[in-house]
Design a protein. Structure first.
Length: 104
């Protein structure tokens, strides 16, 4: 894998983990003003390790962060009501278009 391909893959992996951790922390703390403090802590954790260049050290840090995320993940995450699995998913579907179906 070339250096630029590795960098792009690593960047995507870090961004995915960062977003997942932010979303999960919002599942634990619904109030945005209280959640903001946790979001700042997560951002500081990622920025603290941003300048590390050693690929082995970076991989260790990523594995530790991913393991911590999996261990502390919310057991019942928030699912928006209209999304798949939400409480209102497909509740009010529009009626079928076309001629009415005859029932016997």
């Amino acid at each position: 894998m070339s250096a630029s391909a590795y960098a792009a893959a690593h960047r995507l992996r870090v961004k995915t983990l960062y977003k997942a951790m932010l979303k999960d922390s919002l599942d634990w703390t619904i109030q945005r003003d209280l959640w903001r403090t946790k979001a700042i802590e997560i951002r500081a954790m990622f920025e603290r390790n941003m300048k590390i260049q050693d690929p082995r050290r970076v991989e260790i840090l990523m594995q530790e962060a991913e393991a911590a995320y999996e261990k502390n993940k919310h057991p019942d995450p928030l699912i928006w009501a209209q999304f798949y699995g939400g409480t209102r998913y497909e509740r009010n579907l529009p009626p079928p278009m076309g001629p009415p179906v005859e029932r016997h």
